[in-house]
Design a binder for this molecule. Sequence first.
Ligand code: MN
Length: 320
Amino acid sequence: MKGRFLLLGQISHTFTKEMIDKMTYFYEDNTERGPQGAIFRARTDNAVITAYRSGKVLFQGKNPAEEAAIWIGFTNETTEQVTSKESKPQTKKSFHPPSNFYTNSHIGSDESGTGDYFGPVTAAAVYVEASQIDTLKKLGIQDSKAINDHTIIKLATKIAEMKIPYSSMVIPNDKYNEFQRKGWTQGKMKAMIHQGVIDSLLNKLGPVHSAGILIDQFCQPPVFINHISREGKTLAPNTYFITKAETHSIAVATASVIARYRFITEMDKISDMVGMPILKGASNKVDQQIAQIIERHGREILPNIAKVHFANTEKAEKYL
Ligand code: MN
């Protein structure tokens, strides 16, 4: 039976002080009594993690590689951040991409539809080569929120013509409402769809020259990692997070255009289905439109076309 034990491997890796601080913070709720000289010991579904003062961290148990992968992807970052003992470590800075990142070939991801009552959540991940950056900039690619629908469709066509590799996904409304009912926050759904499009694109690409992956940040990176690792996913190596990423990265801006394009396409399908042009956003006008749709099709249509936990569902009642 000796061979069995070989399956239960262990991984040892030495981390910087900043990484150890980050890990201490991340595993805060899962710690248990550790051996002498350990900074902490924590237990997750994947592994038992023991961090030592030397910077050495041991991942042992069922799935140590998966647990270690959460952290090993970040080790080649440069950060001069000093964390005092009193304050919790700020994770923001160390997840930032290196300064030469944006002018090199890289992957970017973004999502769409999260603030709209009607329609799904969509996301896209895009791989942009260094040589394509200028062409994409000249097309006028920027944050999709600043571009009207007509231009989004034109840009999406141009991106397709350039044969830029990408992956996109949709969380249809019925799925969204199901996830929501079982306790997933919108943040968790966003994390899962971001990682979903990234994994799918990485698969499609195979080995390519890339400076890494940039995610348009919508929550603290450790929270993102927590969301995906609970569903058995891990962050790819060299994944970075930054807010307003589309203003720095053409790959994220391109991803935002494709995600928006898919959202618009799905909204058109819903408009056809209900027989009226469906409104974007979550304003009072949306409340009135919900009432119209209920009158025409009944309440039972809503879970298939809308994010029903939004306050709009309730507010529509006064128009009925
Ligand atoms: Mn975004």
